[in-house]
Unconditional design. Structure first.
Length: 71
């Protein structure tokens, strides 16, 4: 697993436990799980069309004003 052995993984987990404390770990795990879930959901959805529709562009486009006639 990414070149990390069992001993290194245990050491990392102990350091995380010391830094965050036992009370904070469930909320961190929950937040991380929710983030992964949302990422998977977003990546599995069909492509989102970000190009605006032609009708929308025409309706919102401003027509150029004609110059005032001198006379």
């Amino acid at each position: 697993m990414f070149g990390i052995g069992t001993q290194e993984l245990i050491l990392i987990l102990i350091i995380v436990l010391v830094i965050f404390g036992a009370g904070k770990l469930p909320s961190i795990g929950s937040s991380l799980g929710q983030a992964i879930k949302n990422f998977k959901k977003a990546s599995s959805e069909s492509e989102i069309d970000v190009t605006p529709q032609k009708e929308k562009l025409e309706s919102t486009a401003q027509k150029p004003e004609e110059p005032a006639k001198k006379g």
